[in-house]
Unconditional design. Structure first.
Length: 365
């Protein structure tokens, strides 16, 4: 059995941690393919107080204190793995963790850097000639990314990566599926996303602007950090929405909005987790425009695409519930066919298999 040591932000909590769903879907499917995964996550940002899943039976989870001593201790465990994964955005001493994990990995182990924010990382590399990742990439065998397509692959190769492969977000049909509507999520348009510096201006444009243009329609906002954001009377704010309620959040409104962060939208080819979560729940999805959407959903039939807030408002005015339901059905069928974590795990398995020779089983005498 191939052992993976995975160092990431959090598997157990999605609190200020949008990558949780991505990690869960992929690792669950890798376990079904026979991998033995240990996920190491730091106890920071009160994530452990906001767990939304219990430790699963398909992955061992090690939670360590947010101290340098604890970091060194868990990094040393990389020596026991056949595959060592250091993800971006762990949230505590990322550069030091990367150095210690790479140093601990045994000779012959596959070393992977898994970038869940590749467009932003590449922007940092372009701006800082002394960025530690320049040095660390020399010791990495493969860079896997949350998305990004050819622009990210070309960018990483230009900075010295030996191999770079996008592993896109996807749907976990066991956790995201259609459910009965819940009255508390009833609205004409709902958006779920944390308040982040490189997203807020786009939320102003794609969510708050159409809300101000359509005072007779209702808008629902979920996610952390929006408490003091000025909003109209037709906008209701819910705060953090646990993943256990995401299906109802997506299945209840007439339409659900996806707004990519600025770096992801500019790069393109970076569908957010909510795209697949919403489609999995059968939601009618309206998304901001970005290059590559056609690789995942067909515009006009499986997803509605808006170039600005005016477009969002016009879509909402003409969108009736029957059409919205039909778009949601088609989106769910497409994602189930082509974009589940079973598909993504198979891609990762092929990459690992090219580099790691399976353990040899001696014949019984």
């Amino acid at each position: 059995m191939t052992r993976i040591a995975f160092y990431g932000s959090s598997l157990l909590s999605s609190y200020w941690n949008g990558a949780a769903t991505y990690y869960r879907g992929l690792i669950r499917q890798l376990a079904r393919l026979g991998y033995e995964v240990t996920f190491y996550e730091p106890n920071v940002y009160e994530r452990q107080k906001h767990r939304d899943i219990c430790p699963p039976n398909w992955c061992k989870v090690v939670v360590y204190d947010g101290t340098k001593a604890a970091l060194k201790e868990v990094a040393a465990m990389a020596r026991e793995a056949d595959v060592v994964v250091k993800a971006s955005g762990v949230g505590f001493e990322d550069d030091a963790l990367m150095d210690h994990v790479l140093a601990a990995a045994r000779p012959g182990a596959l070393r992977i850097y898994w970038d869940v924010d590749a467009p932003a990382t590449l922007a940092e590399l372009r701006a800082d000639a002394d960025h530690p990742l320049y040095r660390q990439l020399k010791e990495v065998d493969v860079v896997l990314t949350y998305g990004g397509g050819k622009p990210v692959v070309q960018g990483y190769r230009a900075f010295g990566a030996r191999e770079c492969v996008p592993i896109y977000n996807a749907l976990d049909p066991e956790t995201h599926y259609p459910v009965r509507p819940e009255i508390r999520f009833r609205s004409d348009l709902a958006f779920l996303g944390n308040r982040l510096p490189d997203r807020e201006a786009r939320v102003d444009e794609f969510f708050f602007k159409p809300a101000s243009m359509l005072p007779n329609q209702t808008f629902l906002l979920g996610g952390s950090g929006w408490d003091d954001k000025p909003r109209g009377e037709n906008v209701r704010y819910m705060g953090h929405v646990s993943t256990r309620y995401h299906n109802a959040f997506n299945a209840t409104p007439k339409a659900v909005l996806n707004i990519n962060r600025a770096s992801m939208a500019e790069n393109g080819f970076s569908p957010a987790t909510r795209v697949f979560e919403a489609a999995g729940a059968g939601a009618c999805l309206i998304t901001d425009a970005w290059a590559g959407i056609e690789l995942f959903l067909k515009e006009g039939e499986e997803v509605l695409v808006a170039r600005d807030g005016q477009d969002v408002a016009e879509i909402l005015v003409r969108l009736d519930p029957v059409e919205a339901e039909a778009i949601g059905r088609r989106a769910r069928a497409r994602i189930l066919r082509d974009h589940t974590y079973t598909h993504r795990a198979a891609e990762v398995d092929r990459i690992i298999s090219r580099h790691v020779r399976p353990p040899r089983v001696e014949a019984a005498e």
